[in-house]
Design a protein around this ligand. Structure first.
Ligand code: ADP
Ligand code: MG
Length: 229
């Protein structure tokens, strides 16, 4: 069962997001505070402290991750864009080279069909951030030996980029929740990745469509206006 998704209804104002971030950070702070209170009491032994140290560190790392991802989304848009002409095929190749070590974790494999002559005008850092997030999700959804296909093409003055995995996929409900701040089914996920992607895509008049089927896989299609040079 396939389902489409458009980005517009997923966008939250910075204030709504800030409220969600505050809520999200309160939990790790409460955990750490609780442990520190325990440290002060006579009840805590050195071995207790050792075992709770990791837990506290994990909570603080998560809080830090949430804050830094939030700052990426919420950074004031000065209206100025640091755009340049990006060779989409070349840049995707660079990103895949970067992500290869991550895919070794679960033995997923890349299959690339990259075309040259696909140019878009955007901030190179944002292009990278967008596809690192999408490809990272594809890797995390895959298991041993599954392939992740990445294709780009130009059609009618638009550039289409597809990232197709054959991983665990999503139900209709999961797909509808995707992109909502902090929606994550991963134990170490922040649930901000796709929201960051929606924001970047929208900033450059693009669209992002996602199709998914449980146990079959997920296909993400990003479309940007082509840049004429
Ligand atoms: P995170 O990766 O931190 O969980 P994201 O916003 O990147 O946050 O993704 C939100 C959720 O959407 C994920 O936790 C996962 O459940 C689901 N998801 C995203 N991409 C995929 C994919 N390619 N295949 C299956 N599920 C996905
Ligand atoms: Mg993610």
């Amino acid at each position: 069962y396939y389902e489409h998704l458009q980005q517009s209804e997923k966008l939250k104002t910075t204030w709504q997001l800030a409220a969600a971030v505050a809520h999200e950070i309160r939990n790790p702070l409460t955990v750490v505070k609780g442990f520190l209170q325990l440290y002060e009491s006579d009840a805590s032994t050195p071995s207790d402290r050792k075992s709770t140290y990791r837990l506290m560190m994990d909570e603080l790392n998560m809080a830090e991750k949430v804050i830094s991802q939030f700052l990426m989304v919420a950074k004031p848009d000065t209206g100025e864009k640091n755009t340049e002409i990006i060779d989409v095929g070349q840049e995707l190749q660079n990103i895949v080279d970067l992500m290869k070590s991550y895919s070794f974790l679960n033995d997923s494999e890349f299959f690339l069909e990259l075309e040259s002559d696909c140019q878009i005008n955007m901030d190179a850092m944002e292009f990278k951030q967008l596809f690192i997030n999408i490809i990272k999700n594809a890797i995390e959804a895959s298991s041993h030996g599954q392939t992740i296909k990445i294709v780009n093409e130009k059609e009618n003055n638009y550039i289409y980029i597809n990232v197709i995995d054959s991983g665990h996929g999503m139900t209709k409900e999961e797909l509808q929740s995707l992109g909502t701040p902090f929606y994550s089914l991963k134990s170490k996920g922040t649930g901000l990745g796709m929201m960051i992607c929606y924001n970047i895509v929208l900033k450059y008049q693009g669209t992002m469509d996602i199709k998914s089927e449980k146990e079959k896989g997920t296909a993400v299609t990003v479309k940007f206006p082509a840049c004429s040079i």
